[in-house]
Design a protein around this ligand. Structure first.
Ligand code: ZN
Length: 251
């Protein structure tokens, strides 16, 4: 099913609570590569996926050194938000945004001007580091300063344990409180918009079902097919930097 932007705009206009779920496709126009797409990190370098495997990360100091260099060189440090991010700021300004759930770790929603208290980072954030042993969290900047100063695998300063970005890796469950907040927001909206996510990864993808079961209209805006297209009320295939601003135009 392919939806029509004007119809979706009407639904959003009539709604008082819109919950949004965003994925990598919202940030790729800002130069943040996705993982599995044609230019994805893991498509180009399958070995990079190992850095997201917690057991291999623990076991392999060499892998950790490469991971720290990747974090230091991550495009998020210099990326700027794009019109897709800005569309959600407009939605918030109109008073309709219930919550902005994101699978992205790049901080671009906050950089665009979305209120941090409305942004729910399902997969964590690159802007903090967390110790795998004691859980201590520090700003990523502190760790990267140590990398710049010559430490190639900076240990947790609280316990000496192994540290990594405060992001969800393979084999790690989502933070329960974060997931509960997301489920609550999905169940408490009139329109649920899933943008730039291929909806392949649970439990994030399952939020679409939570929203629909609670009576919300489901809108999918994504460049390629998703498993939820057949049950969605509208599917928008156009470029997100054009279609999302069009959805919120005139709010
Ligand atoms: Zn520690």
């Amino acid at each position: 099913m392919v939806g029509d932007v004007d119809t979706v705009r009407g639904w959003v206009q009539d709604a008082s609570r819109v919950t949004v779920l965003t994925g990598a496709g919202v940030s790729t126009p800002s130069g943040i590569p996705d993982f599995r797409g044609p230019n994805g990190l893991w498509t180009k370098d399958p070995s990079a996926a190992a850095m997201f495997d917690i057991d291999r990360y623990r076991a392999d100091p060499d892998l950790r050194r490469r991971a720290w260099l990747n974090r230091r060189d991550h495009p998020a440090w210099t990326a700027a938000p794009n019109p897709a991010h800005e569309a959600f700021v407009a939605l918030e300004t109109s008073g309709r945004l219930r919550a902005l759930l994101t699978q992205n770790i790049d901080g671009l929603h906050q950089a665009a001007g979305s209120s941090p208290e409305l942004v729910v980072e399902l997969h964590g954030t690159l802007f903090e580091a967390a110790c795998l042993d004691c859980g201590d969290r520090v700003p990523m900047r502190h760790m990267l300063d140590r990398v710049e100063a010559g430490e190639d695998d900076p240990a947790c300063s609280a316990c000496g344990g192994i540290s990594r970005s405060a992001t969800i890796a393979f084999g790690q469950a989502l933070d329960r409180a974060v997931l509960d907040t997301a489920i609550e927001a999905a169940a408490d909206c009139e329109v649920f918009v899933a943008a730039g996510t291929s909806l392949q990864v649970n439990p994030a993808a399952g939020l679409c079902r939570v929203a629909q079961q609670a009576g919300a209209r489901l809108v999918i805006a994504n460049g390629s097919m998703t498993p939820y297209d057949t049950v969605a009320d509208a599917v928008l295939r156009d470029d997100l930097t054009e279609v999302l601003p069009a959805v919120v135009r005139g709010l």
